[in-house]
Design a protein around this ligand. Sequence first.
Ligand code: 5GP
Length: 130
Amino acid sequence: MEAVDARGPYDDENIFAKILRGEIPSTKVYEDEWSYAFEDINPQAPTHVLVIPKGKYRSWVDFTESASAEEIAGFIRAVGAVARELGLEDDGYRLLVNAGKNAHQMVPHLHVHVFAGRPLGPMLAGGANG
Ligand code: 5GP
């Protein structure tokens, strides 16, 4: 699978659009009016959850430019609710959003990764120049 460009029109056939429509199964962790959270299929930590807005947004820039204030607030609150409801606050957790090719975004629907359950190491492997 190739990394995607974070710009351009929304692709209704991307895998997270299919998950939102219930066409592909997923293990639900949290859901509200604005957001859906589910377990990552290839977890990189004991807890690895993806939180996605229900609206059609490719990236953080797309979302924050085009979504309503209600959608943005709802989505940000949902990320917090996932961390709280999963009990991640005591030991800590990490949030990550990949956008575009250099960040290795693979699915062109905005998603926040929530990692927890073990020491997560330095922020980025490799330092400033990789
Ligand atoms: P990205 O690299 O775009 O930030 O992350 C995409 C994430 O989606 C990866 O961690 C990958 O394991 C996950 N993923 C890809 N396809 C599926 C799927 O069909 N179901 C679930 N639950 N996760 C998926």
